[in-house]
Design a protein around this ligand. Sequence first.
Ligand SMILES: C[S@@+](CC[C@H](N)C(=O)[O-])C[C@H]1O[C@@H](n2cnc3c(N)ncnc32)[C@H](O)[C@@H]1O
Length: 361
Amino acid sequence: MSGLAIARRGDLVSIAASSAAGPGTRARYGRRAGSDGEVGVSRVFEHRSVMVQEVVDLMRPVPSGIVVDATLGAGGHSAALLDAHAHLRVLGIDRDPDALRAARSRLAPFGLRASVVKGRFDSLGDLAVSAGIPPGACSGVLLDLGVSSPQLDTAARGFSYRYDAPLDMRMDPGSGGPTAADLVNSMPEGDLVRLFAANGEGRFARRLARAVVAARPLLTTGDLTNAVRSGLPAAVRRQGGHPSRRVFQALRIAVNEELEQLSRVLPEAISITGPGGRIVVISYHSGEDRIVKAAFGSAVTGGCTCPPGLPCGCGAEPAGRLVFRGARRPSSEEIELNPRAESARLRALEILPAASRSEER
Ligand SMILES: C[S@@+](CC[C@H](N)C(=O)[O-])C[C@H]1O[C@@H](n2cnc3c(N)ncnc32)[C@H](O)[C@@H]1O
């Protein structure tokens, strides 16, 4: 398969490479003309999928059937899976309407082997049932967490300290949920301290929260960046890296309830996946990776409470086995090509057949 599909839907121009997806695959898509403050400009944006070959290799042995790509984005991983594995179909889920448009265009060449639905992945079980996949019948689940590059790079989405725009950061702008501006203008200072400490800038959380409260109301990304600058000691402002990076990350995680939704989706992923199926998760933040590690750990022990080394007497049944120990990281070559891959950590769990569950522990 090769070529370039160009589609115009409403005011969005989608340009999707339909070439065979391989390692380093890049999905390209446009954004709403004029929606980013650069009136009349419609640029093409790209998301370079992370650890594609690892994902393709890990899904090779799964049973024939449907893999749920629960963070479809621009469809790069899904396209790679469909290209590489004739025995697989994909149900793609994303909550971002722009990502869905791009993915539909990207996956169109695969016809009925790919279907795409809008939704939040913490409703994974219900979304799968609505798509005709009963519990335990899925061949695999992929979660490639965090944001896609076009979300960060589209100024109007308000995710980035690099552009001045309304402080939004919602992955689904139509969700009606609070924006980043709502949070920074309404949260008590103590809650902001905890938010920055847990998800972002631990060391200066108190100073940053005080600076944010003093600068209210904050309406734009520029307002927030200025507040962060005023809250940090001059010596820290001069150090490498953008001083706002971690504060923006902390807010984005809170606005989109990323950690809560991750905690909810993992048990759902385990329950919709059948024996021999695999759950592959790529995380980009230590808070995410801790949740994945703990959920996979408890699937492996089945929640067994017996002392280590002794036979299990509590009746716990492991749901899965780790495909490999620990987390895999992208190669240095991949990081060089795509610096956004640097923080990626990949973990994989394989669901056990019910009969072998007691032997595995
Ligand atoms: C890193 S990108 C995925 C990129 C994709 N794997 C690719 O190759 O193009 C993460 C995507 O997950 C989506 N997402 C994040 N949290 C979500 C959630 N709770 N429910 C549904 N989609 C979510 C984001 O909107 C974003 O498009």
